[in-house]
Every structure is written in structure tokens, then in C-alpha cells.
Design a protein around this ligand. Structure first.
Ligand code: 13P
Ligand code: SF4
Length: 324
């Protein structure tokens, strides 16, 4: 018989996981009255089973508006935390609790509190890629798609601290002409792209447009024909007359690019080393198996103290209001 010939581990897995995970997850979704929110950097199957795919701002909005009882967040920890901040009474599940973020990790709360104290009178604008503790110490949250718009709304004489991403902060300074005090954090994925290899690719593909996320370093951004959040990059590829793009962000987004513009070609920007370190190791911890298990067992759940949650809610609400 087919199953008796299988090694023990595989037999156990067959017992644990239904063969058709798509159907099983869809059934669990109904049973739990759950919504699956997925970031563009998730593996293709997760994007395909999700109820909603988006960038950080779109997913925060979807989390703020959902009527579901359970939010399954296929993304990283700070994103699921954001959903919990907005929905204290809902069960928020993250398929793998280790799905953190190198950028959020560059900004520990105690050090940030000292940094803030060293800059009295500054308004704190924090990129959503930070922990709930950092959000609770911030005045306004922003994402890569609304950071410029939010900074432009702040009176010129008001000094600003921008945290934690120095690359996005520098890009916003250039776009707005504002001086800001920058926390020196960065993302390991967006700092991995090689300027030299991108330029070589462009020489080999002169018709291709280079599109980049603002978390990339200035040395990469200066070659970009277009800079934007993941959602903005997706829209740009769809609208542009070009038929080839060199994509300088996590290549998970290419799944959606191929869906909206199947006749076009998308080349992932190469990393510095011969590795696949342009894939976010945290985002990729989520798998279909873990998604299924999280829904079946209703764990791992995102929790936080009410003190932190309510303090983090106000700057989140300001962001949603200011980016309407
Ligand atoms: P956006 O979702 O705002 O494009 O940010 C990308 C990112 O790095 C998410 O972790
Ligand atoms: Fe964090 Fe970078 Fe991964 Fe986004 S891509 S989750 S910023 S490590």
C-alpha cells in the first residue's frame, strides 16, 4: 500500500496535514469566521489563499475595518501586533511567532526612550515597522506609502524624530526638504541589494525600468526610475508602458506583478552575495502548513498589555486619519 511504504515522519505528517490544504484552510476560515490578511512578501500559495493581500498601510486599513472574529496575519510580528492594537477583542493569530523583523529589532525600547529624551520638543514619527512599545512612544505612525504625505502635514518649525528606518527617513527628507533627526535602523533585506549588479543588469537590459522600495540604500535609489511602497510598485508596473522591470524589493511581490501584467518581465534585483538574502527570512517563516495549524489550534496568538496597546493606538489612529 502507498502509505505503508512511506517513512514514519511522512506518515505522521500525512496524519497531521490534510492533502488539500487550500480546502482545509477555506473550511477553517468559515468555521472560525476568520479573515486571512497577507503581505506581498508571503509565499505565492499564502497570497493565493488570503482574503486580502496588501502593503503595510492597506493591511492596517483592512485590519481596522474587518468584521471577522479572528484575524490570521500572514506577515511579520509587528504587522500582527498592529492588527491587535486596532482590534483588542479579536483573536489575532500569526502562523510563526518567530516571524520578526530585522528593522524593528534595530530599535530597542529602552534605547529609543533615551534617544527621545535627548531630543526634547521633537515630534516622533515612527515607521510602522517597529514594536508596539516603540509605537506607544510615538506621536504618529507612518508606512512607506504615506510617510511623505504625513511629514508634509507637520508645521515647518516643528522638529521631528523619524524612526527606525534611516533609508526611508533620508528619502522622506529629500522629498519634503525637511530636516529630521533619524534613528539609524535598517532592513537586512533592502540593504542587501548590490548597486554594481543592478547597474550591470541595466546595461544588459537597457529597456528595463529600475523600481525600488524606499527602504533601499541611497546608492540603489539613485538609479531607480520609480520609488514606492510595495503597493505603489505594483501599480507602477501595471500602468507603465515598459515591458521589463528590475525589482529592488523582496521578490514575493513579483507573484502579484505577474498576475496583473502577465505579458511583462520582472527581474529580481540581485543581492551583494550569491545568496537568496533578498528574500525576507522572517516573512518566509510562514508556510501553508503553519497557517493551517495556527487556524486549527487557534494559536500562536498575539497578546500585549492594555497599557501598551492603548498608548500605541493613538499614533495609529492619527496615521489612518492623516492618510485618508
Ligand atoms: P510596505 O508594505 O509599506 O511596502 O513595506 C515593506 C516592508 O518591508 C514590510 O515589512
Ligand atoms: Fe522587516 Fe525587512 Fe523583512 Fe520587511 S523585509 S519584514 S522590513 S526584515
Amino acid at each position: 500500500m502507498f502509505t505503508t511504504a512511506l517513512p514514519q515522519r511522512e506518515k505522521e505528517q500525512l496524519g497531521t496535514f490534510p492533502l488539500d490544504l487550500f480546502t482545509a484552510i477555506t473550511e477553517l476560515k468559515k468555521e472560525l469566521n476568520a479573515v486571512i490578511l497577507a503581505h506581498y512578501y508571503q509565499e505565492p500559495d499564502i497570497q493565493d489563499i488570503a482574503d486580502y493581500i496588501g502593503d503595510s498601510l492597506q493591511l492596517a486599513r483592512a485590519a481596522a475595518e474587518t468584521n471577522a472574529d479572528v484575524i490570521v496575519f500572514a506577515g511579520v510580528h509587528f504587522m500582527a501586533e498592529t492588527a491587535k492594537i486596532l482590534n483588542p477583542d479579536k483573536l489575532v493569530l500569526l502562523p510563526d511567532l518567530d516571524a520578526g523583523c530585522s528593522l524593528a529589532d534595530t530599535c530597542p525600547p529602552q534605547e529609543f526612550a533615551a534617544f527621545k529624551a535627548a531630543h526634547p520638543g521633537h515630534l516622533v514619527i515612527s515607521y510602522i515597522n517597529c514594536t508596539a512599545e516603540i509605537k506607544a512612544m510615538s506621536d504618529i505612525i507612518c508606512t512607506s506609502s504615506n510617510a511623505v504625505k504625513i511629514v508634509q502635514q507637520i508645521p515647518k518649525e516643528q522638529p521631528i524624530i523619524f524612526a527606525p528606518d534611516r533609508n526611508l527617513g533620508r528619502y522622506v527628507m529629500e522629498q519634503t526638504g525637511r530636516d529630521m533627526v533619524l534613528w539609524q535602523g535598517s532592513c537586512i533585506v533592502h540593504e542587501t541589494f548590490s548597486e554594481k549588479k543592478i547597474v550591470q543588469l541595466k546595461i544588459a537590459n537597457p529597456e528595463a525600468e529600475i523600481i525600488a522600495h524606499p527602504e533601499c540604500e541611497a546608492s540603489v535609489l539613485r538609479h531607480a526610475d520609480y520609488i514606492g511602497s510595495t503597493a505603489a510598485l505594483l501599480k507602477y508596473c501595471q500602468d507603465s508602458k515598459s515591458s521589463k522591470f528590475i525589482v529592488a524589493t523582496e521578490p514575493g511581490i513579483i507573484h502579484q506583478m505577474q498576475k496583473v501584467a502577465s505579458e511583462k518581465q520582472f527581474i529580481p534585483a540581485p543581492p551583494e552575495n550569491n545568496c537568496n538574502c533578498n528574500e525576507c527570512p522572517f516573512m518566509r517563516l510562514n508556510t501553508m502548513d503553519k497557517l493551517y495549524l495556527a487556524m486549527k489550534n487557534r494559536t500562536p496568538e498575539i497578546t500585549m498589555s492594555e497599557e501598551i496597546r492603548s498608548a500605541a493606538l493613538l499614533p495609529m489612529q492619527r496615521m489612518l486619519e492623516m492618510s485618508k
